[in-house]
Ligand binder design. Structure first.
Ligand code: DAH
Length: 357
């Protein structure tokens, strides 16, 4: 029995892997193992012999089983150590190289505005930046003598000598895309038109090229109340706040009647803008009910259809939302500025995931 003990304890200690260990278990304590066979011999013994041999054999069997279990655990630990040693990973390595470029705040805000209005059923339309006098002015109820033409600091193109048709202009607003969209789609219509516009103006909040987004909704039963709701939803989503208060201030635009400028309640405490609280008002856009003449210019019967329109300065709301103090820097292509104010290039603004993560 002592021989068996020494033999198996030695073999177990030297077993190289779990398979060898399992072989040893079968050899020693398996059904036909050496120790099991000896236990069977107990039946043939005299009671006295059995009383002497039985407990010893049982103890041996237990000792071998414990040795097997301990060795099994040791082998598993060693296998794990070996895996940990060989299968290592440098978690400080970046998983993918970060793209060097960033999304410009104008693109970001355009995407944000588009996501918000898309959610309300508006599609996106674009028009040319070099526009005819008719689309930019006349169709929008701004006739030739109208002071709004002078107020807009329009850039005119040249006509050839002797050609006395009105010159084309760099569009001064995105409103002409209202007319083009009506012509292309008819009514009912719900559309936003983001894009570049041009005016001869240059200071901290004006650049000769800037961006607007126009909105237009026409149907048989659209009222100012629909305009207010849509703008409230827009402002809440854009500034990422739960509540806003809007104030409609009577105004004048040739292409809307009535016209209203829209202010939002805000505070500038500590120099940062907070929307939806405080005692200040911030003007953010112009809007109104589309003038019947404008609807007719778009080829739609104003006795059947009516609706609202609005125009927002993209650059302006970008400056407000992201605390950018000088508009001119938007277009300086200064890499340090772009890295500071730019947005992660692989994120797409959407209402579910968050607009400005
Ligand atoms: N086109 C106007 C501008 O550039 C903005 C505007 C105001 C657009 C009122 C609209 C509107 O559609 O209804 O200043």
């Amino acid at each position: 029995m002592t021989d068996l003990r020494e033999k198996y304890l030695g073999l177990i200690a030297n077993a190289g892997d779990e398979a060898a260990l399992e072989d040893l278990r079968v050899q020693a304590v398996g059904k036909k193992g050496e120790i099991s066979l000896q236990m069977r011999e107990l039946g043939k013994m005299t009671p006295e012999e059995r009383q002497a041999a039985g407990p010893k054999l049982n103890a041996l069997k237990n000792e071998i089983n414990s040795a097997l279990a301990a060795k099994k655990e040791a082998l598993a630990d060693a296998a794990l150590d070996e895996r940990l040693r060989t299968e290592w990973l440098d978690v400080t390595l970046p998983s993918r190289q970060r793209p060097a470029g960033t999304i410009h705040p104008i693109s970001q805000v355009t995407d944000e505005v588009t996501a918000i209005f898309a959610d309300m059923g508006f599609s996106v339309a674009e028009g040319p930046q070099i526009e005819s006098d008719w689309y930019n002015f006349d169709a929008l109820n701004i006739p030739g003598h109208h002071p709004a033409r002078a107020e807009m600091d329009t850039f005119y193109t040249h006509r050839a000598k002797g050609d006395d048709r009105p010159p084309h202009v760099l569009r001064t607003h995105t409103s002409p895309v209202q007319i083009r969209s009506m012509e292309a789609n008819g009514a009912p219509i719900r559309v936003i038109c983001p894009g570049r516009v041009y005016r001869a103006d240059y200071d901290q909040t004006h650049t000769p090229m800037f961006h607007q987004v126009e909105g237009l909704a026409l149907d048989k039963d659209i009222s100012m109340a629909n305009l207010k709701w849509v703008l409230e939803e827009f402002v809440k989503a854009f500034f990422e706040v739960d509540d806003v208060e809007l104030r409609f201030r009577a105004s004048h635009f040739p292409f809307t009647e009535p016209s209203a400028e829209v202010d939002i309640r805000c505070s500038w405490e500590g120099g940062t803008l907070k929307v939806g609280e405080g005692d200040d008002w911030l003007e953010i856009l112009g809007s109104g009910m589309v003038h019947p003449k404008v609807i007719a210019a778009g080829g739609i019967d104003p006795d059947v259809y009516q609706g609202f329109a609005f125009g927002v300065g993209i650059d302006r709301i970008a400056m407000l939302k992201y605390g950018i103090p000088d508009l001119r820097a938007f277009f300086d292509s200064d890499l340090r500025w772009l890295r500071h104010y730019g947005f992660a290039s692989l994120e797409q603004p959407n209402l579910a995931g968050g607009l400005s993560r």
